[in-house]
Design a protein around this ligand. Structure first.
Ligand code: S3P
Length: 435
């Protein structure tokens, strides 16, 4: 088991390019296999989750090549080009891979069986099985079709109107992918906007997707989808850890280049503004239909507590572990609510954040749908556990950078899921981190 050893040290300084966005990298390999022609991605994230998507797509007959670590070429052979996989598809610990592939294979005239790690086999799949079954596919799983493995016998699909009970981009994307193969339009109503990378990429490929308020409507294409050429934006969910570190360590001055600032993902930056600190966006531009910017971060002079909930939650759903660390240094009571989804991520993030930050001396209490942190507190180094959760591991490492003495993060190998370069990049900025 890998460990990270962290100590407080010098201010962070430097200029870095953040690795590619995980959600966009996953979607690139899944969607471009359906185009006709050669699609090219540069700055593609090579991580456990995205490589899992790549392998699964190859098993479905997609022709893919990686000329460099962060470059992928997909030779799409059209909407109807996928083939029945000769074996079970292993989605490792990638919820995005399993849910998006369930949507994709729901529209294929063959049998697909999706399984994954013990961690993934505990994550809820009823949320995709219900709408996909309404569209006409046969989908079965353990525990009354709610848990993986999933067996999907795809085939003829009808368009549906679906009211999503939760804001989830994975569920929305599964339905939209199936909608590409349906016999008419499909409309998804979201309770609040979740990340819209699927919509943007399908549009960039010439597909018909329209958003109106909280409704997203897809119309099956009548002509082939076009290949795309993509510079993948830097992942704001990875950047968030380095942003927090630079804000928390006095004297820091860091620039992160080419970070995706799509409003459906940038809720963390809005939360920081609410906490009284500012991240400067420089050189705002767009890349592959996605807004990007360089982010300039200086140490925060003050951090004030705030209340976070409502529509902000899906726009920063992966950033709550690091937000909790920031909240330990904020003046007053930070309240997170409407975030029950945290309980079904790679770990039960309400329970694990509370358990592990308490080991460092934080004043944090769980709630059914979030947590409450009282700050500021001087953290004390300790040995903490990542619970197999990449975002918890990285949040705890950042907490270690402002704690007294040494912090050890056990089980830190899980950072490879989304940000394998995390320890190296922290060290490059001058942090005292060993692995
Ligand atoms: C993702 C959506 C989010 C997020 C996950 C990636 C995606 O999950 O937590 O890391 O790529 O669509 P939910 O859709 O379950 O909120």
């Amino acid at each position: 088991m890998a460990q990270l050893y962290i100590r407080a040290g010098e201010p962070l300084q430097g200029h870095l390019r953040i690795p590619g966005d995980k959600s966009i990298s996953n979607r690139f390999v899944i969607l471009t296999a359906l185009a006709e022609g050669e699609s090219h991605a540069r700055g593609w994230l090579a991580s456990d989750d995205t490589l899992t998507s790549l392998r699964c797509m190859a098993a479905l007959g997609a022709e893919v090549e990686r000329p460099a670590e962060d470059e992928v070429i997909v030779w799409g052979r059209g909407l109807r080009s996928l083939q029945e996989p000769s074996d079970v598809l292993h989605c490792a610990s990638s919820g995005t891979t399993m849910r998006l592939l369930a949507g994709l294979t729901a529209g294929q005239p063959f049998l697909t069986i999706l399984t994954g790690s013990e961690q993934l086999r505990r994550r809820p799949m009823g949320r995709i099985a219900i709408p996909l079954r309404q569209m006409g596919t046969t989908i079965m799983g353990r525990e009354n079709d709610t848990l993986p493995p999933l067996a999907i016998r795809g085939g003829h699909l009808s368009g549906i109107d679906y009211q999503m009970p939760i804001a989830s981009a994975q569920v929305k994307s599964a339905i939209l992918l199936a909608g590409l193969f349906a016999d008419g339009p499909t409309t998804v109503h979201e309770p609040a906007p979740s990340r819209d990378h699927t919509e943007r990429m399908v549009q960039a490929m010439g597909g018909f997707i329209a958003r109106e308020g909280l409704d997203v409507r897809i119309t099956p294409p009548t002509s082939p989808l076009s290949p795309i050429d993509l510079d993948v934006p830097g992942d704001i969910s990875s950047a968030a850890f380095l942003i927090a570190a630079a804000l928390l360590i006095p004297g820091s001055d860091v620039t992160l280049e080419g970070v995706g600032v799509n409003p459906t993902r940038a809720g963390f930056l809005d939360a920081l503004t609410m906490m009284g600190c500012h991240v400067e966006r420089v050189n705002e531009r767009s890349s592959g239909g996605e807004p990007i910017a360089d982010l300039h971060i200086r140490a925060a002079e003050t951090l004030k507590a705030t209340t976070l909930g409502g529509e902000l939650v899906p726009r920063m759903i992966d950033e709550f572990p690091i937000l909790a660390v920031l909240a330990t240094q904020a003046e007053g009571e930070t309240v997170v609510r409407d975030a029950a989804e945290l309980r079904v991520k790679e770990s039960d993030r309400v329970a694990t954040i509370v358990e592990e930050l308490r080991k460092l001396g934080a004043h944090i209490d769980p709630a059914d749908d979030g947590f409450v942190v009282e700050g500021p507190t001087k953290l004390q180094g300790a040995t903490v556990d990542a619970h197999g959760d990449h975002r918890l591991a990285m949040a705890l490492a950042i907490a270690g950078l402002i704690a007294e003495g040494e912090t050890v993060v056990d089980g830190a190998e899980c950072v490879d899921k989304s940000f394998p370069q995390f320890p190296q990049m922290l060290a490059q900025l001058g942090a005292d981190v060993l692995w």
